[in-house]
Ligand binder design. Structure first.
Ligand SMILES: Nc1ncnc2c1ncn2[C@@H]1O[C@H](COP(=O)(O)OP(=O)(O)OP(=O)(O)O)[C@@H](O)[C@H]1O
Length: 726
């Protein structure tokens, strides 16, 4: 293991971009480390613990060290554990949220079996799955959640038709009020910072700040205005950038006992219209324009094309609107001025049962039409608990995740912050350029959330070079499979901070697999099922593989889950998530549709969606497995998408690979076909044959940037059928 790193010398380091003096110094320390360590993992652990690799070093140098160290351990077997890049320290583990709770409760719960938060993590996880009532009664005390009427119990399983269980029955609360009230545990005084933000094109000005008290006052004012215009229970949409105003409006709608309809600001009128129709929205908050990358894009006009219902229009900059309004619509300023003097002095939150709907979200639609998923007040609690355990969000953290309230991450981030006492950091502009990175630096962001395509862009344009991101103690990544090399780049920007992978679903209000601050981490892999989540991996026969066994198959979630959906507005919930699923220990499993691989050491790698699985010559494989090796087949490749298609004349499925080239590179399908064949045959399976390669300018994606492989598959099918008719 790691023999390649033992062969590296000063010359190699200089070639990878270090100065001679730096290279000599690095070589000296590396030689000492290598002579002391037996395994690649130990070598890497020493390198990162001693902070030998610096954010200022060129990426080529980071690559040289990482890949030389882990070279021979890759592809050792299909189920080998992935290389580790991050390791928890016992000291840190003990002050993490979950570690602290484990130190307090561990000896009582597990007796002499309890050792410490790292060693005993598997025990604690199992406990949370087997005893969700006890786990939740501990965690609820850690979150900023208070009930006006306490729940009768944590979980009631007496109704067999409710596969997911009845959680916190009888309880009454207002979850937005929980976000806005000060508290001592978590530490959330009135003068703590609730939001910090910066407008685009104000990159040299100080970061704006809003305390919890100021946020509460603003939210109450908007909630009073909502009361004056709408009725309790109304669905009210938000189609805006994720600005401070959007966050205030979101919380105000919930505080007023209405339901937010989340619509991403990138949608076309048709998509806006269908979301408003499905949710029966009574009104919509929007902006006159969107400001992104210095350009203004119309938004109000898109919304009016979609609906005749009342639109409340927030100006993108300043106080005045840049558009003429329809008769039924109203400006933000006029809307706020509808509040009487009385209404300005305070507001009584609308307390309602825990299962009332607070938000209607839409899944991204990679497998079909987007599903309209109602979030009750349980979903925010679940989201916050997930962030508490997996991301270890704490008071004092400054948490930034560029997204939109129309994607599950949007509302998730709000609850992550406000129910855990962290500060939300918002950049009012595009996250793709250096300006965003400067905001991250200036705001002192400690947790930065990402999606893989964003990281790919930052790395390839090198726009973040020279910025100081070393306050970041954890990155997060979600939405799509991340790319190992992009993550190597990202993590290196903060001396190899952890990247917490999260994979879940809008309908779960959480992740089902995640990283953990209590376990060593590997790029692009998950180290655990999220707390309280149990699952099995089952084969095509529907039979579950033994617990913990290395295997690959479809995931089936244990059905009991606080915060997971129990209804859909535009589809049959039972049919979508339960019908036709295998049972395990006499309980029907919940469908999630992901194909996952479990390694010998229990790491999990997402292989894609069940519908993206292909059968190549009788061997089942997944798109993502193929793309992982093809992405690295040549320097000219930006990304690849693999699909399989049945030829028009019938017969076995054929493998087709779509390629997007890096800017400024050229290549042709034939050359790439040879390269892909070679790398697939040597890294995956000598029997896999690449039948078609197509270079395209970009991939079709969902509005949230997920590759639509079903569209590529249809496109290839069509091309093949045209060819066969010629
Ligand atoms: N970190 C991640 N790594 C790999 N895949 C991920 C990750 N995060 C999310 N995903 C993928 O996204 C899915 C969840 O996305 P979402 O809830 O928007 O539903 P969707 O499946 O894309 O949409 P629809 O249900 O409408 O088809 C996961 O099941 C998984 O396939």
């Amino acid at each position: 293991m790691g023999e390649r790193i033992r062969e590296l010398g000063v010359k190699d380091f200089v070639k990878a971009g270090l100065s001679v003096a730096e290279a000599i110094e690095f070589d000296g320390v590396l030689r000492e480390i290598v002579s002391l360590c037996v395994s690649s993992t130990d070598i890497w652990r020493q390198i990162v613990t001693r902070r030998l690799l610096k954010p200022s070093h060129p990426h080529s140098f980071h690559q040289l060290v990482y890949y030389s160290n882990y070279h021979s351990s890759s592809h050792a077997s299909d189920y080998a554990d992935p290389p580790l890049y991050w390791f928890p320290s016992l000291e840190q583990a003990k002050i993490s949220n979950l570690g602290r709770v484990m130190e307090a409760y561990g000896p009582k719960l597990f007796g002499a079996s309890y050792k410490d938060p790292i060693t005993s993590y598997p025990l604690m996880h199992k406990f949370s799955v087997d005893n969700p009532k006890e786990y939740w009664s501990i965690v609820l005390k850690e979150l900023s959640v208070s009930f006006i009427e306490a729940p009768r119990c944590i979980l009631d399983t007496s109704d067999p038709s409710k596969h997911g269980g009845t959680w916190l029955p009888g309880s009454v609360l207002n979850i937005a009020d929980c976000c806005l009230q000060p508290g001592t545990h978590p530490h959330k005084p009135d003068d703590s910072l609730a939001i910090v933000w910066r407008d685009e094109e104000c990159d040299d000005s100080v970061v704006n700040r809003m305390t919890l008290k100021q946020l509460r006052q603003q939210v109450m004012l908007v909630a009073s205005a909502i009361d004056a215009t709408f009725s309790k229970g109304d669905a009210i949409a938000i189609d805006m950038q994720m600005t401070v105003n959007a966050v205030v409006i979101y919380l105000a709608i919930v505080l007023a006992g209405c339901a937010v309809v989340s619509i991403a600001d990138s949608f076309a009128p048709k998509e806006i219209s269908s979301r408003l129709r499905v949710s029966k929205a009574k009104g919509i908050f929007t902006q006159d324009f969107i400001l992104r990358g210095g350009k203004k894009f119309p938004l109000y006009s898109r919304v009016t094309e979609a609906t005749s219902c009342k639109v409340i229009v927030v100006p993108v900059t300043g106080d005045e609107l840049g558009v003429q309004l329809r008769e039924q619509d109203i400006s933000w300023k006029a809307f706020l001025s509808s509040v009487s003097q009385n209404g300005r002095s305070g507001y009584s939150p609308f307390y309602q049962s825990v299962d009332s709907v607070t938000n209607i979200l839409f899944s991204s639609g990679t497998t079909g039409d987007p599903k309209a998923i109602p979030w009750t007040q349980l979903a925010p609690i679940r989201s916050a608990a997930d962030g508490w355990a997996a991301i270890d969000i704490q008071p004092g953290d400054v948490y930034c995740w560029p997204t939109n309230l129309g994607w599950v991450i949007g509302p998730t981030v709000l609850y992550h912050c406000f129910l855990n006492g962290a500060t939300l950091a918002l950049y009012h502009g595009s996250p793709q350029g250096r300006d965003f990175g400067k905001f991250v630096q200036d705001a002192g962001v400690t947790i930065l959330g990402t999606v893989p395509s964003l990281v790919k862009g930052w790395k390839s344009t090198q726009c973040m070079e020279g910025l100081d991101w070393t306050k970041i103690r954890a990155f997060c990544s979600s939405g799509e499979t991340s790319n190992v090399d992009d993550d190597l780049w990202l993590s290196s920007k903060a001396y190899y901070s952890q990247i917490v992978e999260l994979c879940g679903g809008t309908e779960l209000a959480s992740s089902y697999i995640a990283g953990s601050p209590l376990q060593p981490q590997a790029f692009g892999a998950f180290s655990t099922a999220s707390m309280t989540t149990g699952f099995v991996i089952f084969g095509e026969d529907g039979v579950a593989y033994p617990e913990g066994a290395p295997c690959v198959g479809e995931v089936g979630l244990f059905p009991l889950s606080l915060g997971a959906s129990d209804r859909l507005l535009n589809a049959d919930h039972d049919r979508v998530y339960f019908r036709g699923m295998p049972t395990y220990k006499r309980k029907v499993l919940r469908r999630h549709g992901d194909i996952i691989l479990r390694t010998v050491g229990g790491y999990i790698i997402v292989q894609g969606r069940a519908d993206d699985t292909m059968n190549l010559g009788g061997i089942k494989t997944s798109s993502i497995e193929i793309e992982r090796v093809c992405d690295r087949a040549d320097k000219c490749i930006s990304e690849t998408a693999a699909v399989s298609v049945a030829p028009p004349s019938g017969g076995p499925e054929q493998l087709a690979i779509f390629v997007v080239l890096k800017k400024g590179y050229i290549s042709n399908a034939e050359t790439l076909k040879l390269k892909f064949s070679k790398t697939i045959q040597s890294n995956l399976n000598p029997l896999f044959k690449v039948s078609h390669v197509k270079v395209v300018a970009e991939f079709p994606r969902t509005a949230s940037n997920k590759i639509l492989r079903r569209v590529l598959r249809d496109q290839m099918k069509q091309e093949l059928s045209v060819k066969s008719r010629l």
